[in-house]
Design a protein around this ligand. Structure first.
Ligand SMILES: [Zn+2]
Length: 197
């Protein structure tokens, strides 16, 4: 075997090892991200003094909660226009408080377009999640004031009659989850929360 061949084999060996290490690092980072309960890169600069309802602001006038928190193990509220059916398709969805946008993206499946917002009140962090949106009007990292229009009521690409699925969590940046569960750890009753905060 010539010297050049040996050198080539050595270089290839080093490269492969290096790549393996990079892959390992990537997996580690992913795992850490999933376990993160606070988001160091996002700071809430403006605390919110209170919270309002995300439809028919500030008090959900013209809307009703078709499936409250806990009903059928539901982890949020389902806001519908009193007109029924798809009469609320395209209606405005508002931020429930001041905050910063954690993410704004189409998650597909039963979720559709989803906006997640981080709030701070009296030094405590909360997260609000607005799902099945027809349109998204904010972007990741954007600071938003209470009552700002962030999107419109949708059907999650035809999965449902139009409604807004709203979740409020006190564990920040958990997995999006499934919308229903017996395990309510980290989830708050949105209507009760808004009325008492
Ligand atoms: Zn729902």
């Amino acid at each position: 075997m010539s010297k050049i061949n040996i050198v080539l084999i050595l270089v290839a060996f080093l490269f492969i090892n290096c790549k393996k290490q990079q892959e390992k690092d990537a997996v580690l980072i992913e795992t850490t991200e999933q376990q993160v309960t606070e988001i160091p890169s996002l700071t809430v600069t403006v605390e919110t003094k209170d919270f309002i309802f995300p439809v028919g602001k500030p008090d959900a006038k013209g809307y009703y909660n078709a499936q409250g928190f806990g009903k059928n193990n539901h982890l949020g509220d389902d806001w519908n226009g009193t007109g029924g059916g798809n009469t609320d398709l395209g209606d405005s969805v508002f931020t429930i408080g001041n905050g910063v946008v954690i993410s704004a993206e189409n998650l597909g499946g039963g979720w559709g377009n989803v906006v997640r917002i981080l709030h701070k009140q009296n030094d405590v962090l909360y997260e609000s999640i607005y799902a099945h949106l027809d349109t998204i009007l904010v972007t990741e990292g954007q600071e938003v004031n209470q009552g700002v229009k962030i999107g419109t009521i949708g059907t999650a690409n035809g999965s449902y009659l139009a409604h807004l699925h709203l979740e409020i969590r006190d564990k920040i940046n958990m997995d999006i989850g499934g919308g229903y569960s017996e395990d309510t750890d980290g989830y708050l009753d949105p209507t009760l929360f808004i009325k008492t905060h």
